[in-house]
Design a protein around this ligand. Structure first.
Ligand code: 26W
Length: 822
């Protein structure tokens, strides 16, 4: 029988067109004649949102009724990237919507470009959280992700005179069609004040927390679709507001302005994301953010369990809570407080439940990134939690004494409280004591954790330690980012690979097919041409799509060694100046990444790269053999253009410093070859793609430690290597700074007098490796073979595999199929 499709759910082209125009009229209040691109984007976003609501509501209803085991992913950061394109892929609507939009005389790509991405994260850790919730939904695992709805996300980057300038990210300016506010589910969070003891009605000794202030948490929900499943899980982000009753208390005293002021102070908690990456700063507001979202989330879970009729005794059976680094670790003390003070549990029961609930992921070995809160600050803000942490610590240290007899050094090292000077709470120690599982994010990282920063905890609880190597979602980073590659692959091996990335192996046999190699090469060239067009339009620089696209895109940090890359560019430049007819494969060096606003050395590295670019890009002796471009404002949206265009992926951190890296995976999946150290997941990527398809250089983590121990002196490398000396001297001479010999001095001094990341020690090995790259690239067909083998062998690095590892080793939560009635 003929069926007329509903405007809110129908997916044939005519229905999509009608729905789009309907939303333009009724939501944006516009006719096409006066519509902006943003109006069109919004109309399309609502059209897509209508088509996912059915799955979302049925998923929620199923979870409510069936009360399955739920994975709760707690993270202070979610670096989601734009939603529209991803949702189109997940719904299988990309092609029909593209056609419908085209029939209306519009271009889908232009509308996708309109979306202001929610940049609610700094880098790897926040993006990993986003990939993981994508995979949880795709694998149909009941889960909820909890975080903070920052009003300002990671700053936008501008470059002025070669320097980074930060601009506030007002991502909510034009509204957010993907979130639904749930004011009816608000919760209250206490701060400050003091505790009191009392004897309750049963004669039991209890503690009550009398706060200085109360802040309201309002949840904003975003649906997280699985790829071609009915599952739509929820990302629940909390916004801080002042509770009305509090305003009124002040208002009744006649202090209206005081009340309004207090309101804006409460709202400060979720105003802005801290832009630090890898360095910890003990800012009170950050602790307030952490506690705020943790308390809201735990109260929310307890409320949900109640609604589902699950007894609190069984909280740990109902929820597995993953702590994404130590940022949400105050949850361990908060769950204890809720169970003891609000729900009347005794200590042993509460501790048993707590330590069966939490699992902790560590993301860094850098000591400067480990979170520690001064006891004075934590006690002032969370007096009850400090008491609980002391009690947890005292019981824990008793256990340490039992296991290792009296060993004062060990006690001092392991204590949750650092008492070596001013007293601090060590959050990683609290996380280890209060969790049933502790994981690193790559094999090397997990091993180093056990050998170094968490060695004592490994000896205490060896059974808690596991590895889960990171992964990335192929839906966003292949299907959405690289539609040409996606069509080529699908034309050869069908479309099963997007859900089961191991199937990419079927491409291996095609490397001997000259036709396929040529198609693969043409795809890469077309994507490189797109990036060249972008660079011309946005940077005014002409880059050659035939050149090696050599890309380093990631946060700017000394351990990631963007300056090692810069030293190589100057090496090549010096060689060209000395020998203008030198025959090298033309290269385009592309950089992207943000420096933390307070990280002076990182900002100086940005300036150095731009200063080198000024020289190389305008020197007629160089021609197009070297081009250098610093790509401004690298974010997820832009990354999606960058990964597919790369020939060479720079993964050159000092061995032992990069916990995993995830950009390394995104590049390789898109057919870039890696030049890299044996660090983080590079080790496993190299094993997967084959050593012959990977450019390895540099010291191993063990060699780095040994060199440090024997006394590393960077001057030895300066005096022992004329070419390196020539490079450093040229920077010092003011050649790249209009004669200013002071500008880069701090960077040079840091390299020559300390060089804690061993840039000079790895320089020669890096240069020689780059020469191998140069040679390999000239054999175009063989390069394409290696490139295909990289893409074909990256199946292991799908975040679906990572999530399966978390499920089998840590969470043990079964999938639940969602039925959506027609
Ligand atoms: C307190 C400031 C702060 C903020 C964020 C300190 C540290 C962080 C993160 C732990 C930094 C981070 O993003 N780490 C990265 O996590 C990725 C996902 O596991 C890894 O791939 C990267 O190697 C690691 O640097």
């Amino acid at each position: 029988k003929p069926r007329i499709e509903d405007d809110r759910t129908g997916i044939d082209i005519d229905t999509l067109k009608r729905a789009f125009l309907d939303n333009l009229f009724y939501i944006q209040a516009k006719f096409p004649k006066v519509s902006t691109k943003n109006d069109y984007y919004m109309a399309l976003a609502y059209t897509v949102r209508d088509r996912l609501l059915n799955r979302w509501l049925h998923t929620n209803q199923t979870y409510l009724e069936r009360a399955p085991r739920i994975v709760a992913y707690l993270s202070a950061e979610f670096l989601m990237g734009p939603h529209l394109g991803n949702n189109l892929i997940d719904l299988g609507l990309y092609e029909p919507v593209k056609q419908a939009i085209a029939e209306l005389g519009l271009d889908l790509n232009e509308l996708l470009e309109q979306e202001e991405e929610p940049g609610l994260g700094n880098g790897g850790l926040g993006r990993l959280a986003a990939c993981y919730i994508d995979s949880l939904a795709t694998l149909e695992i009941p889960s909820v992700a909890y975080g903070i709805r920052y009003e300002y996300g990671i700053f936008d980057q501008e470059i002025k005179d070669g320097w980074q300038v930060e601009v506030t990210d007002r991502w909510l300016r034009y509204g957010n069609p993907w979130e639904v506010v749930r004011p009816e589910s608000e919760l209250m969070v206490k701060f400050g004040g003091h505790t009191e003891t009392f004897i309750d009605e049963y004669g039991v000794y209890r503690v009550q927390w009398v706060p200085y202030k109360v802040v309201k948490g309002v949840p904003y929900d975003t649906p997280i679709l699985g790829f071609k499943t009915n599952t739509a899980n929820t990302l629940r982000l909390w916004k801080a507001e002042a509770p009305e009753s509090f305003d009124f208390a002040v208002f009744n005293q006649g202090d209206y302005f005081g009340a309004v002021h207090q309101k804006s102070e409460s709202e400060n908690i979720t105003k802005v994301l801290y832009p630090n990456d890898e360095t910890y700063q003990g800012k009170q507001l950050r602790l307030e953010q952490q506690y705020f979202f943790v308390s809201c989330s735990l109260q929310d879970m307890i409320r949900l369990a109640k609604m589902q009729g699950v007894a609190l005794e069984r909280f740990h059976e109902h929820f597995a809570i993953q702590l994404n680094d130590t940022h949400p670790t105050i949850a361990i003390a908060e769950l204890m407080r809720l169970l003891l003070d609000e729900h009347g549990f005794d200590w042993d029961r509460a501790w048993d439940i707590t330590t069966k609930t939490f699992a902790y992921t560590n993301h860094t070995l850098l000591p400067e990134a480990l979170e520690r809160w001064s006891v004075a600050m934590l006690g002032g803000l969370l007096p009850r939690h400090l008491e609980l942490i002391y009690e947890i610590n005292s019981r824990f240290l008793d256990e340490v004494r039992i296991k290792f007899f009296e060993d004062p050094d060990r006690i001092a090292r392991m204590s949750i409280i650092d008492e070596s000077g001013e007293r601090y709470v060590r959050m990683a120690h609290l996380a280890c004591v209060g969790s049933y599982a502790i994981n690193g994010v790559a094999e090397l990282h997990s091993r180093l954790l056990k050998q170094t920063v968490l060695h004592d905890f490994y000896e205490m609880y060896p059974e808690k330690f596991v590895n889960v190597t990171n992964g990335v979602t192929p839906r966003r980073f292949i299907a959405l980012s690289n539609p040409r590659l996606t069509s080529l692959i699908t034309s050869k091996i069908g479309d099963g690979w997007l859900k089961n990335l191991g199937e990419l192996r079927k491409l291996e046999s095609l490397v001997d097919d000259a036709g396929f190699r040529n198609d693969f090469y043409q795809v890469k060239q077309a994507v490189k041409q797109d990036l060249a067009d972008y660079v011309r339009a946005n940077h005014g620089v002409e880059i050659n799509p035939e050149s090696i696209y050599d890309i380093q895109a990631k946060r700017i940090h000394e351990y990631k060694r963007q300056h090692l890359n810069a030293l190589y560019i100057i090496t090549l430049y010096n060689r060209l100046k000395a020998n203008p007819s030198l025959d090298i494969a033309p290269r385009t060096f592309l950089f992207g990444g943000k420096a933390a606003p307070g990280y002076y050395m990182a900002k100086l590295i940005v300036k150095l790269i731009n200063s080198i670019a000024d020289v190389t890009n305008s020197d007629p002796d160089v021609g197009d053999r070297i081009k250098v471009v610093f790509l401004t404002d690298y974010n997820v949206k832009f990354a999606q253009r960058v990964y597919p265009a790369a020939n060479l992926s720079e993964q050159i951190s000092t061995a032992g410093k990069e916990a995993s890296g995830t950009g390394n995976m995104k590049f390789s999946m898109n057919g870039a070859l890696t030049i890299g150290t044996l660090d983080g997941a590079n080790v496993e990527i190299r094993e997967a793609v084959g050593a012959e398809n990977f450019f390895l250089f540099g010291m191993t983590a063990e060699e780095v430690l040994a060199k440090k121990a024997e006394g590393y002196n960077p001057w030895d490398y300066y005096h022992g290597n004329d070419e390196l000396k020539g490079v450093l001297d040229r920077i010092a001479s003011g050649f790249f700074s209009h004669g200013d010999t002071e500008l880069f001095k701090p960077l040079l001094d840091s390299l020559l007098y300390q060089d804690i990341f061993m840039v000079l020690a790895d320089y020669q090995s890096y240069v020689e490796c780059q020469e191998r790259v140069d040679g390999a690239f000239r054999d175009r067909d063989n390069w394409t073979r290696m490139s295909i083998l990289n893409a074909a062998r990256m199946g292991h690095f799908s975040s679906d595999r990572s999530i399966r590892d978390y499920l089998s080793q840590i969470w043990k939560a079964p999938a639940v199929k969602i039925d959506v009635p027609e």
